[in-house]
Structure formats: structure tokens, C-alpha cells
Design a protein around this ligand. Structure first.
Ligand code: FEO
Length: 393
């Protein structure tokens, strides 16, 4: 609980111990659910709430901030890590109204069964006066769901963005204190949460470009008092440029695929290509996602199991397909014992990617000389493709 600017307070909760989000995303550094209290000369508003597991922390902060009367709860995003405590806060403050856009209202009714008469809906660009402070609502869809919006507090030049620009990073510092650490956490967050929505993100970056912003206050992680740091990072990540990098994500059962991967990675490396290699049996999928942000090429390595891909390789392909990285090229390498359709199956799982599929390299049993030659050829092909695409000179 800290003051960002006069009468603007951080009132949310830090979740140091959480290690998984959506039963999917690893949180090596925990997270936070940032909520903000603004005391205007006439009205008091709470921007977002916290995950329901931390409602007591939020309520304690509101009590300690002396909030006897709450006029509004602005809901930027219906996902429960920000909205889940709204019903309890509404019980505590029976006159408070939930201020949000119509789409978010619908979701809050669906997910939290909040009564229709507790809402005020606002249009894109609409303003709400708190007396000496004014909120302006900016629709910023698809960061992270279709209903997401931001709020600009003009008098204090603060943009409250909820998930947009966030990071899963628990920290006792209100503001970013270590940009290197936050860059890594924010990139992980972007990769896992935002990357499927690159185009809407570019639109939202353009939409906020004319706002005079001193502070970007997110709903996860430390907040930014140097906004250009995270805005420039987002422009890079969400932009169309890819790097001379190959992600090789593989699993091996009886060593054939591992031998191929090791040879292939060396071949790429010898050609000056940066390789990010991941063994899928023990991968942190957040690190895999980070690598996918910039890579020009993705290669999945798999043995053949019951005529198809190893389930760990299929999982990586499905995840990559869902995250929609901006890679330009993809391929499959691996092995089989007696037959199957492993390469076709994996390639079919990457249908969301706008990639050129390069011919797979598949060995029968342990790789032989001809298989190693085919891997060298694939490395040559990737180098040539990166050159043709202007990724390297
Ligand atoms: Fe932090 Fe999409 O919720």
C-alpha cells in the first residue's frame, strides 16, 4: 500500500508464493494483483480489485486508507485475478457502482453474477469526473481479452493498463527498480499472454501514442515511471522483425532424435545462427515462449510413438500454435522405428503460424550418414531463407 501521486494509492496484493497461473503458466517469481485507489475531491474510485484469494488484503488496505464511502469500481478486465473480489467490495460498499464497458459488463454478469443495476457502462473516450481529477476510458481490446480497456488519469499523467505491459513479478518495490529483471519478466508475460494478439497490440500502442504519460500503472508487477522502457520493448516484440534465431524444441526416447538435434544445433551454430534448444521433458514453457518472441524459425524434434508424434512434442506444437509467434519458417526432425506420420502430424498442428514449412528430416532408427547430411542441408536451407528474408546480410 503506497502512494503513487497525491491521493493515488496502490491498494492491491502481492502473491509471492503463487507458482502457476491458469493451471498452465509457470510463475517463477510469483505475481501481484495491483489495484489502485484514487481519492478525488468529490468521488472515490477503486481501479480493479484482486484475485479472490487475496480479497482480505485488499479490504484491509481500503480500511487503512480510510475509505468510508466508495463511489466507483472501474473494471478494466473481467478475468478473475482482477475482478474476483468485486462482489465482496460491492457488499462492503453498497452504494458503489461498477464502471466498465458493455462487453466487460456482460462477462462480469456471466462469471461473477453481479446484478445489472450495479453497473455504469462507459464508451471509448468517455470521461468521468472525480472532482479535481478526471478519468478517461480508453478501449484497448485484446490485451488480454476482447473487453480489456485502460484508464487515463489526465491530471497525474498516469495510464492504468491492467494486463497490458504487465509482468508476473512479485516485488516490494512499487516502481521498476531493476530494468533488466523486469524486461525478462515482462517479455515472459508478453510471450505467454499477449503474443497471440500482436496486431491489436500494435493498434493499442498507436492509440495511446498521443497521451502524455508519466507513469504506466499495470495490474501485474512493478509499475513504470519510465514508460518508454516498456513501450519500446512492446514495439520491438509486437513488430514484424524477426531475429537470426532458431528455436529447437525436442524430446527423445532412445537417443536417435537427441543425436539428430545435437548435430543439427551444431550445424546451425556453425553457420552463425543463434539456437535456443529446449528438452521438452523438463522445459519451463515460459522460457520456450520467450524464445518464440524473436525467432525466425521453429524446429520441433520428436520420435514416433504409436505411429504419431511423442505427446511432449505434440504439446509443444499445440502451445506454439496457440501463441502464434511471428516466425517465418518451421520444420520437423526426428526418428521412427517402423513407420508413421509424425512429421505430417506435427506440421498440421502449426496451422495458425504464417510459416513456410521446410522439408522434415526423419531417420529410421539411429541416424546414419545420409541423415546427418540431410540435417546439414536443412541448416543450409535455413541460413539461405534467413538471408533471402533479409534477416541477415
Ligand atoms: Fe491478469 Fe488477463 O488477467
Amino acid at each position: 500500500m503506497k502512494e503513487l501521486k497525491p491521493n493515488v494509492y496502490s491498494a492491491g496484493a502481492i502473491d509471492w508464493d503463487r507458482r502457476l497461473f491458469d493451471e498452465l503458466i509457470p510463475l517463477p517469481d510469483g505475481t501481484s494483483y495491483n489495484a489502485y485507489l484514487i481519492k478525488g475531491s468529490e468521488k472515490t474510485v477503486l481501479l480493479d480489485t484482486v484475485d479472490p484469494t487475496k480479497t482480505e488484503v485488499l479490504v484491509d488496505h481500503l480500511v487503512r486508507l480510510g475509505v468510508d464511502k466508495l463511489d466507483y469500481i472501474v473494471s478494466h478486465h473481467a478475468e478473475q485475478d482482477h475482478s474476483g473480489s468485486i462482489p465482496d467490495v460491492l457488499l462492503l460498499y453498497p452504494d458503489a457502482k461498477v464502471v466498465t464497458n458493455p462487453k466487460c459488463k456482460g462477462m462480469l454478469v456471466d462469471h461473477l453474477e453481479i446484478a445489472e443495476d450495479r453497473f455504469i457502462t462507459v464508451a471509448d473516450g468517455e470521461q468521468l469526473s472525480l472532482g479535481d481529477k478526471t478519468l478517461q476510458f480508453v478501449y484497448t481490446p485484446w490485451v488480454h481479452w476482447p473487453e480489456t480497456m485502460s484508464t487515463y488519469l489526465a491530471e497525474d499523467k498516469i495510464l492504468f493498463t491492467c494486463d497490458f505491459f504487465g509482468s508476473h513479478l512479485s516485488s516490494s518495490s512499487l516502481f521498476v527498480s531493476d530494468e533488466g529483471q523486469v524486461y525478462e519478466a515482462a517479455k515472459r508475460y508478453y510471450a505467454e499472454i499477449m503474443m497471440p494478439f500482436r496486431k491489436p497490440i500494435a493498434n493499442n500502442l498507436a492509440k495511446i501514442a498521443d497521451l502524455d504519460i508519466d507513469i504506466i500503472a499495470t495490474s501485474h508487477g512493478p509499475i513504470y515511471d519510465r514508460p518508454e522502457f516498456i513501450i519500446d520493448a512492446y514495439k520491438d516484440w509486437a513488430g514484424d522483425n524477426v531475429k537470426n534465431e532458431v528455436v529447437v524444441a525436442y524430446v527423445s526416447m532412445h537417443d536417435s532424435t537427441r543425436r539428430m538435434v545435437e548435430h543439427f544445433v551444431e550445424a546451425l551454430s556453425a553457420r552463425g545462427i543463434v539456437v535456443r534448444q529446449f528438452n521438452l521433458t523438463n522445459v519451463d514453457i515460459g522460457r520456450l515462449a520467450i524464445a518464440l518472441v524473436d525467432a525466425a524459425t521453429v524446429v520441433i524434434g520428436s520420435p514416433t510413438v504409436l505411429m504419431g508424434a511423442h505427446p511432449a512434442a505434440a504439446y509443444a506444437a499445440i502451445l506454439t500454435n496457440a501463441l502464434r509467434p511471428k516466425a517465418r519458417f518451421a520444420s520437423v526432425i526426428g526418428s521412427y522405428g517402423w513407420g508413421g506420420k509424425m512429421p505430417e502430424q506435427l506440421a498440421g498442428m502449426l496451422s495458425n503460424l504464417k510459416v513456410e514449412l521446410l522439408d522434415p528430416v526423419v531417420a529410421k532408427g539411429l541416424p546414419k550418414d545420409k541423415d546427418y547430411i540431410a540435417l546439414e542441408d536443412l541448416a543450409d536451407k535455413i541460413l539461405a531463407k534467413h538471408k533471402e528474408a533479409g534477416i541477415i546480410e
